[in-house]
Design a protein around this ligand. Structure first.
Ligand SMILES: [Zn+2]
Length: 65
């Protein structure tokens, strides 16, 4: 039986917002977001991930004050 699923699903790189084909997609370990091949391992990726992680932390801190 042929398996017909959503193979055309596109992901968006969280660094540059480019569409990534699902067989090229990688996930950033810490933020668990898709990243394209050209951003993977780049300084931009690290910075963006840091930004996102700090943003999350801020959100948590906010409620406590
Ligand atoms: Zn990218």
């Amino acid at each position: 039986m042929p398996q017909i699923s959503n193979n055309n699903k596109l992901f968006k790189c969280f660094v540059c917002n480019a569409a990534i084909h699902d067989d090229k997609v990688s996930y950033h370990e810490q933020v668990n977001l898709p990243v394209c091949q050209s951003c993977k391992g780049s300084d931009e990726e690290n910075e963006k991930a840091k930004e996102l992680l700090e943003g999350l932390a801020d959100g948590f801190v906010c409620g406590c004050i």
